[in-house]
Design a protein around this ligand. Structure first.
Ligand code: NAD
Ligand code: TYD
Length: 351
């Protein structure tokens, strides 16, 4: 039996990866290692928590003793590392949190894997899940390929870039078998409502303003979260050790166009007159260091591993909206308490 530690498994993407692996590989032992920060939520995994091959370990990747205990207990053959501080706006408010978890936490985990495997790496793999934001910003044209030079601008992307460098350094220096993927913006069920799409769904439900940063002409390449989870499965099992894979949706949207499509679909769902939700759009002060455009060239993973997205953006967005309507309790729970304090700090200071 193979044992795989998935870090950050209670978060947005991690929970979809954990579910996919638990269901698809009953012969694997899947260990979800998560500190349960504000972004981690075991409600995301209620449907699979009783499965015999699922294990949960509440632990911080900064905690060496906890990692030692968990590695000894479960004897993992693989690590899929998603645990991170993941929101750009929070990284602008508190950059050090991103250095601790994303940089030091990742190095801690690399050390633990290296020592636990005693430098005998046969059949072992350390998979680091990263972001396209490490590549910086594009102009009107062009795409990020696996060879694009790193040029991060936010504390978040700088911390992810740093962790990517450490992962590659462990391969080059110690021969640790690693693989890295850099993915574009995800959306879908269980997305924490600090990010654009779920925040705007929640605000439309509550008839609150939709805060569009700057001129709204910033571009992102959106991918449905279950398509990212499927890509992670492929890269983990069939990706070439030492390689990098870019993952993207072939799906670029300017923020304002995306927001208008979301408003249209939400009006249909709510039975509103067309144009109702658009009236909530409010342009506010821009995000500092805001990257103008991200776009992934995903042809390597498409050609080498035969991966491509399974849903169109319109379909994925509809599935997402349906999920939030069916899970309003989830939304209410995650937007109480700390969320209100963050929202106040982020959106009411001179915006
Ligand atoms: P998320 O913020 O929803 O979840 C992060 C999870 O990590 C949470 O469950 C949290 O409790 C856990 N965590 C945070 N700090 C921890 C620590 N010190 N120790 C243990 N657990 C900790 O994030 P997400 O959006 O699911 O992103 C997952 C990964 O994918 C991240 O590494 C992120 O950089 C990367 N990524 C995200 C996107 C995106 O669009 N969301 C795109 C590309 C790559
Ligand atoms: P976000 O979901 O935070 O992802 P990222 O910054 O990692 O790409 O933001 C997506 C885009 O939406 C980005 O250009 C910033 C913009 N945005 C807003 O205009 N208003 C908001 O309230 C938020 C959260 C994001």
């Amino acid at each position: 039996m193979k044992a795989i530690i998935i870090t950050g498994g209670a978060g947005f993407i991690g929970s979809h990866v954990v579910r996919l692996f638990v269901k698809k590989y009953p012969q694997y032992k899947i260990i979800n290692l998560d500190a349960l920060t504000y972004a981690g939520n075991l409600e995301n995994l209620r449907d699979i928590e009783q499965e015999p091959n699922y294990f949960f370990e509440k632990a911080d990747i900064l905690d060496k003793d906890a990692l030692e205990r968990i590695f000894v207990l479960h004897a993992p053959d693989g690590v899929i590392h998603l645990a991170a501080e993941s929101h750009v706006d929070r990284s602008i408010l508190s950059p050090l949190d991103f250095v601790y978890t994303n940089v030091i936490g990742t190095v801690n985990l690399l050390n633990k894997a290296k020592h636990f495997w005693k430098d005998n790496f046969e059949g072992k793999k350390f998979y680091h899940v990263s972001t396209d934001e490490v590549y910086g910003a594009l102009g009107e044209t062009g795409f990020f390929t696996e060879d694009t030079k790193y040029d991060p601008h936010s504390p978040y992307s700088a911390s992810k870039a740093s962790s990517d460098h450490f992962v590659r350094a462990y391969q080059d220096t110690y021969g640790l078998p690693v693989v890295i993927s850099n993915c574009s913006n995800n959306y879908g069920p269980n997305h924490f409502p600090e990010k654009l799409i779920p925040l705007f769904i929640n605000n439309i439900i509550n008839k609150k303003p939709l805060p569009v940063y700057g001129d709204g002409l910033y571009t992102r390449d959106w991918l449905y979260v279950k398509d990212h989870a499927a890509a992670i499965d492929l890269v983990f099992h069939t990706g070439k050790t030492g390689d990098t894979y870019n993952i993207g949706g072939f799906n670029e949207w300017k923020n304002i166009d995306l927001v208008k499509l979301l408003c249209k679909q939400m009006d249909e769902k709510l039975g509103n007159e067309a144009g109702t939700s658009e009236q909530l759009i409010t342009y506010i002060k821009d995000r500092p260091g805001h990257d103008r455009r991200y776009a992934i060239d995903a042809s390597k993973i498409n050609k080498e591993l035969s991966w491509k997205p399974s849903v169109t953006f319109e379909e994925g967005l509809k599935l997402t909206i349906d999920w939030y309507f069916e899970n309003q309790e989830w939304l209410k729970n995650v937007t109480s308490g700390e969320y209100q304090r963050y929202y106040e700090e982020q959106y009411s200071k001179g915006n």
